[in-house]
Ligand binder design. Sequence first.
Ligand SMILES: [Mg+2]
Length: 208
Amino acid sequence: MKKAIILDLDNTIYPVSSIAEDLFTKVLAFLDSLADELSADEISKAKEDMKRRPYQQVAAQYNFSEVAKSKGIELLKNLEYSLPMQPYEEYKYISDTTIVKFLVTTGFTKLQWSKIKQLSIEKDFKAIYIVDPEVSSDTKKDIFAMIMSTHSYKPSELLIIGDDPESEIKAATLLGIDTFLFDPENRYPNALVTYSSKKLKDAVPLFS
Ligand SMILES: [Mg+2]
């Protein structure tokens, strides 16, 4: 029986595409400013990747210079989202359940908190953890392990719900925790997961 679930935020509780245009205006302008060091093709790929991956990973993947890397970090460190946001419609099926919930999300602390506030989801969670590579070297796997030891959960008593096979899904798998991959566009048909669905609400019967 599951005693708690751990959710990811970006592209799991709400679609990043819904805020990308407003949020990323400055970020996209910054990426465009890298035309000296990146090709047009790389810049457009980096822009897409920014919607799905932490900035530090994108910067590493496209070999940003040290100067560019820190310029981006300075920009993102101070960014907040201040417009109204809506969760995915099916998120309410999850928030309506009584199971204990944790939120574990990777990103810049200020930005992640501003999104949590705009989504009004703080009350849904027993605890919220922001994995911020600028603040700590802790990974999602470290946080999952800490939640397990703090609350004496066995791996079999937890379920991780997320959208990224390489992030929370991989971390949970390494710890022997069941995973639910929310994959609305069927991007990862071959991902190593316990459960996978295009519908977020398909996760509900797995823990309630
Ligand atoms: Mg995500």
